[in-house]
Every structure is written in C-alpha cells, then in structure tokens.
Design a protein around this ligand. Sequence first.
Ligand code: PMV
Length: 323
Amino acid sequence: MPSTTVIAPSNIAFIKYWGKKDDVLRLPTNGSISMCTSGLLTKTTVEFDESLTEDQVMINETEVLDFKKDKVSKHLDRVRKMAGKTTKAKIITTNNFPSSTGLSSSASGFAALSLAATRAIGLELSEKELSILARQGSGSACRSIPSGFVEWLDGDTSEESYAHTLYPADYWDICDVVAIVNQGPKDVSSTIGQESAETSPFFQPRKQHMKAKISEIKTYMNNRDFTPFGELLEAEALELHSIMLTSRPSLIYWEPGTVKLMKFCKQLRKEGLEVYFTINTGQDVHLITQKADVARLQERLKEIPDVRETIVNYASNGAMVVE
Ligand code: PMV
C-alpha cells in the first residue's frame, strides 16, 4: 500500500486539560482551549506493508522498542479495526523540537499518526472523527487536528468529546514564545500525573468553575481583548500547577529557570512589555505576547542565562497530508 506523510502541529492550551472522567476513552474532566503552534511540528510517514510481522516505529531516527512502540501499535490497532484489516505498518516520525519536555510532542505525534495511518490504510475520516481518534492516543492530540484557535468539548461519550476550530489561524496575531529552560526529559508523564489529580484538595473546586472559565476566555477571544485573556491564561496555569503540587504524590515540574522566567514575566509587565506565561508538564515556559512585542521579548530573554533556546509560534493550521 502507498505511504502517507502528514505534518501536524503541537498546541498550547490556554485553559488546560487535567484529569479524566473516563481513563480508557480519555474523556477529560473539563473542556479546554488551545492554539495550534506553528513552530512545534511533527512529520510522520505511515506505510502498511503485508510483509511485516510487527509494527516498526522510528522516532527521531531511532527505532523504538519500549512503551512508546506499544502506544503507537495500540493506536494503529484502532485504525486497523476501523478499516477491518490486520496489516502491520512502518512508521517514521520526527519532531523539529525537543521531545518530552512539556512541549506536547504527544499532541503533534498522535495527531500526525491518526491522519497518516487512516489515509494510508484507505480511510477518509471527517475532522471530527479524526479528532475523536487522536484523543484516544493522547488527549491533547485531538486539539492538533483542527486549525487555529481550538476548543475541545469534554463530552459524556466518545462521540461527543472532540475538538473544533473557534477561530482560524489568522484571526489573532498573538504569539507563543517558548523558552526552553532545560532539554532533559521530564520524570513523570502527563498520563501518570493526571491519575493523581483527584487527590488534590483543589481539584473539586476547579471542576466547579471550569465551565464558567471557558466561557470567560471565549468572550475575551471573541473581543481580541489581550489583557484579560493573558491574565486569565496565566492564572489558569498557576491553578493547574497548584493541583499538581498538592496531589499525592506531588508533581513538581518546575526547574529554577522556570521560576526565574515566571518572575521575569511579571517584571516585564511592570516595565510595559505585555507578556503572560503558561506551563505544561515540563520545565519550559510558554510566553504569550502580541506580535508587535515579539522582537523586544526575545531581546529581553537574553538576560536570563537559563534560557537555552526560544521557539516562536503563531497560530497555525492543524494536521495536514503533505505527500
Ligand atoms: O494529552 P496529555 O496526556 O499530554 O496531557 C496534556 C496536559 C497538559 O499539557 C498539562 C494540559 C493541556 O491541556 O495541554
């Protein structure tokens, strides 16, 4: 069968996914809001081949044989089941950014795999069907199928839990400048971390206000009102991390450089440079600002020696077939 190649973006959540109401189907406790990131991309080629006796998975030019291969094979099983086939596949995937440091390579990875594998096996899924499929590989991957600014609906069934575009990529020229603090891999994966969300005393109150929070941020996005939008996304990141910090066992993803950047961000605001931070399950910091301030922000980041590299992201298209 011919091969299919797909490029998919990662995404940065302004309102986060943390905690599941169904572990098997990956139905999230609450909905979330994100932007597809133009500078964090995964390229994946899938080819189903009758002569293979097992799936072959290459990630960043290395054949993987550990749990990552199992996750990929399990996802391919979902695709094979849909197509009524059993053929094994060869998967070649590369990220243009460091993996497993909180930059959501599983989001871009499973979005790319979902589109490439379904096309390669001869299926034409709708955007909604692809988002539902990607969600089962890695929750946040469902937000890397649609383009631009995206909402993932929590849903009570698998069919109801998918992501859709709120606004196209060119709607708002805000920017996510990723400051890479440390290139080492994180010690606890999001999947494992999420299992302890319910143990935090702050998780129940969070559940109660998430619907209101989502409608609040949508209002700011609708008005392209950057200041309250930034204030809310930064408060949301701190709320997420307060849950991680108070879970049992506790989750501490920050490094000294992460904290320095959080404080620096507040300092920059005092000096008139409007920028807000958000952080996922890793030490790197996403600095959200407006296009007009990107160059000035990058210049100022040179003052922080912990910043090893920056990656500039605008809102981008979702997963797309390229070959
Ligand atoms: O989809 P996962 O299992 O990689 O979890 C993503 C969790 C966060 O990045 C912390 C939040 C989010 O909504 O992206």
